[in-house]
Write a protein that binds this ligand. Sequence first.
Ligand SMILES: NC(=O)c1ccc[n+]([C@@H]2O[C@H](COP(=O)([O-])OP(=O)(O)OC[C@H]3O[C@@H](n4cnc5c(N)ncnc54)[C@H](O)[C@@H]3O)[C@@H](O)[C@H]2O)c1
Length: 245
Amino acid sequence: MRLKNKVAIVTGGARGIGQAVSELFAKEGATVIIVDLLAQGQEVADGINNNKGTAEYHAVSVTDRPAIEQLFKQVNDQHGKIDILINNAGITRDRTLEKMSEEEWDAVIDVNLKGVFICTQAAVPYMKSNKYGRIVSAASNVGLRGNFGQTNYAATKAGVIAMSKTWTVEFGKHGITANAIAPGFTMTDMVKKIPEEHFETIKASIPLKTVAQPIDIAYGYLYLASDEAKFISGICLTIDGGVSR
Ligand SMILES: NC(=O)c1ccc[n+]([C@@H]2O[C@H](COP(=O)([O-])OP(=O)(O)OC[C@H]3O[C@@H](n4cnc5c(N)ncnc54)[C@H](O)[C@@H]3O)[C@@H](O)[C@H]2O)c1
């Protein structure tokens, strides 16, 4: 098992890519702490616990600093450490620049960027004291390439890549790595609202002619969160079927 005895916090672990990461990490021996607002996070945790894994669900928003700080302290007190932080929670509020409201801008910045800032700030002291840490955060290939109607989202995902590079130089000496993952189009609730005809155009534009399933992205998280990736920090691993090349 590649994550035996590790304690991993997964934000946005109730569904989609975060659920796949939570289930895969548990299968690989980690104790998984799911942080999400959706009550179905409890079902994901129950499923893991019924399948010989160990998981907890906590209904906390990544934007709620006092609640995140309290939760991470509780995790450290109960489990003795925080080895892995997966900053996966994210939202979209798509609109072209000319139509985008400040509320839509702020909502996406709050969760996708400030949420990553808050959670990482809360986890790093525990990682430092343990001289070990793996921080892997959700970027997107949109953060590398931009995308129609996603000014707010693209800004946050480029920001996540830049923050990871910054943490690489700030925390490398403490045994902490910080990397980002840039998924391409992945079949989750986040993209299910896209109309069928647009979906076919997207598929045709991907060199591998298919979209990702959440597990395809989760394997990237597993690698960067594992001991095997101990000399990798500051990268953005693109998993997008060959779109970004
Ligand atoms: N699906 C894709 O095509 C795709 C592509 C590139 C990047 N990503 C990124 O991967 C991550 C996961 O995406 P997904 O497709 O699984 O999305 P999803 O919408 O299926 O899941 C996101 C999860 O984050 C949770 N969440 C949202 N706001 C939260 C908050 N404030 N606090 C705690 N949890 C919160 C949601 O409740 C949900 O469970 C996101 O950061 C997304 O931007 C997704």
